[in-house]
Write a protein that binds this ligand. Structure first.
Ligand SMILES: *Cc1c(COP(=O)(O)O)cnc(C)c1O
Length: 398
């Protein structure tokens, strides 16, 4: 079958909830993708940062295969021999006392919402069913009905109400706006330390520290969604580490499995996560041995191959090279680590299409922003190809 035949099948039988570039990927290795016609592309999206370790990483693949040969799913009705090792690894790597494993990112966000509400009632003493969580403008935390309840993007919400109450919106990056939303029922502030889907929006320096201070003053939990920003993407293990803060809960997913399997988790200290008791929360697949094995290997690869350091260093190089490009339609180039938003004054979809034709895959976000987020295994020579292709493509858009 060729590209157009695959696309035809997909359009005929699949729900139309995405608008992908018209390329049908058949194979991948490291930063390289291959389509059904055998054409090669450099991946500059890394599955929204789920494949920070590169596609089909051999060490993660090995863990995946050998675990699949042993046992894949026990359910949490029984214990398995891999989950305890993942708990230990997460504790050693992140410094948080405990973690709670889930599958998708949105499920982990839901878990953090539950944790914060329970803490609000049991520890802070908020009256039953009154807990409020402050979320940010232009946030992205997933697609479940509760999570879209606090989205500010109309496309995510239209025709999906009624929505879950208990959330208020403050202006991202604006501590005064946050303060104005606090009341005695506020149990948590939930934010992305850098907003990925919004277009790599970096808050003002010191913002996270201000948020943490406000949380401490008002006895509120500080929750960071690091599903996209975390695990090396921003050039640090966690993006919150650019400031001197330690959130109460950190949500991770995506690259936690290196793209092999949906694995997510909420990290936190005992004071909060120990409030879950048997029967209060769960997931059939959450904490399964296949996911746990893959996650352990994915974290090992991140550390052993110094991918976080590579993200920091090559990200700085990439950003400075992009900033050298003089082009009338470029509005701003911003980023941290290998996570860069190139904002233009026009819609960038046609640029992404032409980049694809030139062997580089990147995707627009919010119409006018190209997000560059290659696997963190990318080499300088490969990045140079991306930069050269971008320069070439941009000459067609004057
Ligand atoms: C992708 C993402 C999610 C949702 O993760 P899913 O696995 O798609 O449910 C939540 N928060 C952030 C910041 C994300 O980037």
């Amino acid at each position: 079958m060729n590209t157009s035949q695959y696309i035809e099948l997909e359009q005929k039988f699949g729900a139309n909830n995405y608008h992908p570039l018209d390329i049908v990927i058949n194979k991948a290795e490291g930063v390289w993708l291959e389509d059904v016609d055998g054409k090669q592309y450099i991946d500059c999206l890394a599955a929204y940062s789920a494949v920070n370790q590169g596609h089909c990483h051999p060490k993660i693949l090995q863990a995946f295969i050998s675990q699949a040969n042993n046992v894949t799913l026990t359910s949490r009705a029984f214990r398995n021999s891999k989950l305890p090792l993942l708990y230990k690894k997460l504790n050693e790597l992140t410094g948080f006392d405990m973690s709670l494993p889930m599958n998708s990112g949105a499920e982990a966000v839901e878990t953090a919402v539950k944790a914060a509400r329970r803490w609000g009632y049991k520890i802070k003493g908020v009256e039953p069913d009154k807990a409020e969580i402050i979320c940010m403008t232009d946030n992205f935390h997933g697609r479940t009905t509760t999570v879209v309840s606090f989205s500010t993007d109309e496309d995510y919400k239209r025709d999906f109400g009624p929505f879950t109450p208990g959330f208020t919106i403050a202006q991202y990056g604006d501590i005064e706006s946050i303060k104005s939303k606090i009341n005695p029922n506020t149990v948590a502030i939930l934010l992305e330390p850098i907003q990925g889907e919004a277009g790599i929006i970096i808050p003002p320096d010191g913002f996270l520290k201000q948020v943490q201070d406000v949380c401490i003053e008002n006895k509120i939990l500080f929750i960071c969604d690091e599903i996209q920003s975390g695990l090396g993407r921003s050039g640090k293990l966690f993006a919150y580490q650019y400031e001197d803060v330690k959130p109460d809960l950190v949500i991770i997913g995506k690259a936690l499995s290196g793209g092999f399997y949906p694995v997510s988790a909420v990290l936190g200290n005992k004071e909060v996560l120990s409030l879950f008791d048997p029967g209060s929360h769960g997931s059939t697949f959450g904490g399964n041995p296949l996911g746990a094995s893959v996650a352990i290997a994915a974290l090992d690869v991140l550390v052993d191959e110094k991918l976080i350091e590579n993200s920091f260093e090559l990200g700085g190089y990439f950003l400075s090279e992009l900033r050298k490009i003089k082009h009338p339609l470029i509005k701003e180039v911003r980023g941290k680590g290998l996570w860069i938003g190139l904002e233009m004054t026009v819609k960038v979809r046609p640029i992404c299409e032409m980049m694809k034709d030139n062997g580089v895959l990147c995707k627009d976000t919010h119409g006018t922003i190209i997000r560059f987020a290659p696997p963190l295994t990318i080499k300088k020579e490969e990045l140079d190809i991306v930069i050269e292709k971008l320069k070439l493509v941009l000459t067609h858009f004057n």
